[in-house]
Design a protein around this ligand. Sequence first.
Ligand SMILES: Nc1nc2c(ncn2[C@@H]2O[C@H](COP(=O)(O)OP(=O)(O)OP(=O)(O)O)[C@@H](O)[C@H]2O)c(=O)[nH]1
Ligand SMILES: [Mg+2]
Length: 305
Amino acid sequence: MSEKTTRCGFVALIGEPNAGKSTLLNRMVGQKVSIVTHKVQTTRARIRGVAIEGDAQIIFVDTPGLFRPRRRLDRAMVAAAWSGAADADVVVLLVEAHRGITPGVEDILANLAERAAGRPVALAINKIDRVKRPELLALAKALNERFDFVRTFMISAEKGDGVDDLKRWLADEMPEGPWLYPEDQIADLPLRMLAAEITREKLMLRLHDELPYQLTVETERWEERKDGSVRIDQVVYVARETHKGIALGRRGETIKAVGQAARAELEEMLGRRVHLFLTVKVRPRWEEEAERYREMGLDFSEGQG
Ligand SMILES: Nc1nc2c(ncn2[C@@H]2O[C@H](COP(=O)(O)OP(=O)(O)OP(=O)(O)O)[C@@H](O)[C@H]2O)c(=O)[nH]1
Ligand SMILES: [Mg+2]
């Protein structure tokens, strides 16, 4: 009798806001589990996605971007990101090829050794589709002079280049052990939370300036109906009356378009009809309410200044 050896472990994806962490997570697991936008600070909490490569189960942990936090919410996000790195078996730092070593990357490198707490850190230079090869090699060299990365990968999370190499390498790095998730599970985010994230993504794509950062979305009710459809009620919390007006749009056009886009995506994801009801509520101090953080999957006390 021989037992097959299996491997299983955690890989934290860290980097500046907008580096492509969530795009990479989605590609690794082959399905959208984390929302993606062209704006910074899209991801707010740690999001796990599970991939299988040979005998290894790799649990990817998408994290919020690392930046200099100002608000309580920012601090909670950054704390979540670093703790994702500290808990992982391997850390992957994403750096944008076309932006290179920004002040933000410098900050991360300055804290990385301590925060990664001895975990091996690999470098993934992302968005290689945006630069020419010689530039890439120079950047890889400069980064490796600043930090002792165990490996360097050149990838395009969006187009897929280099991603399989990275995945195979990570699989080999995973410690021996039983798989933690059933084979068909790709995420551990509760559906009601993922549904709220999808609505937040559509809001981020449609609203401008600071507003997307000053709102949060929660699923309040999830009702399976006899006809096989599902009714989902969500609340969009904003901090001010004027923000409510903007989120609703003229004659409610903005919220209507957001609802339609979110519903279409939810229907595709769930494979059935969805009735989505969105309500915008003004809640001036939502950013100071522990309950809001819990709903987002963040630690309220970590946000303390
Ligand atoms: N050209 C190009 N764009 C990419 C690539 N990977 C990601 N992007 C784009 O970069 C933007 C940010 O991607 P995200 O995956 O949301 O970045 P993130 O690191 O998760 O950002 P935060 O959650 O804000 O920290 C999106 O517009 C992506 O489509 C890539 O390989 N090439
Ligand atoms: Mg993200």
